[in-house]
Design a protein around this ligand. Structure first.
Ligand SMILES: [Zn+2]
Length: 111
């Protein structure tokens, strides 16, 4: 399927023709440029990768919740240490994913 990019706001439209107006910023059809095959592939690939990142962010959220319960539970120092490590690592992974996604958007990989 063809893809069109709004030159005003960067919105990506999937379809044979550009939309009459951009659903995000209201720009008219003339403001849409058709993307090349290479750009289309990159966007499709990025959407899949983005999905993986989002699933990982959700899993890390669960890790953080469990780790916080473990810290609260406070059986003994070695256990608490493990939970604290899990909490820290999960937070770092989430931050890395957010930074990576911002990087993709600024490089135009995502609409
Ligand atoms: Zn737009």
């Amino acid at each position: 399927m063809k893809k069109w990019k709004c030159m005003v706001c960067g919105y990506i439209h999937d379809g044979d023709n550009p939309p009459k107006a951009c659903p995000k910023c209201g720009a008219p059809a003339e403001k849409f440029n058709e993307l090349s095959e290479e750009q289309r592939k990159l966007i499709d690939h990025s959407r899949i990768t983005n999905q993986f990142h989002m699933e990982l962010v959700g899993l890390m959220e669960q890790v953080k919740e469990i780790a916080e319960l473990g810290i609260e539970d406070d059986l003994d120092p070695p256990c608490v240490k493990i939970f604290e490590k899990a909490l820290q690592n999960a937070t770092e992974i989430q931050q890395a994913i957010k930074a990576e996604i911002v990087g993709h958007i600024s490089k135009g990989k995502w609409g």
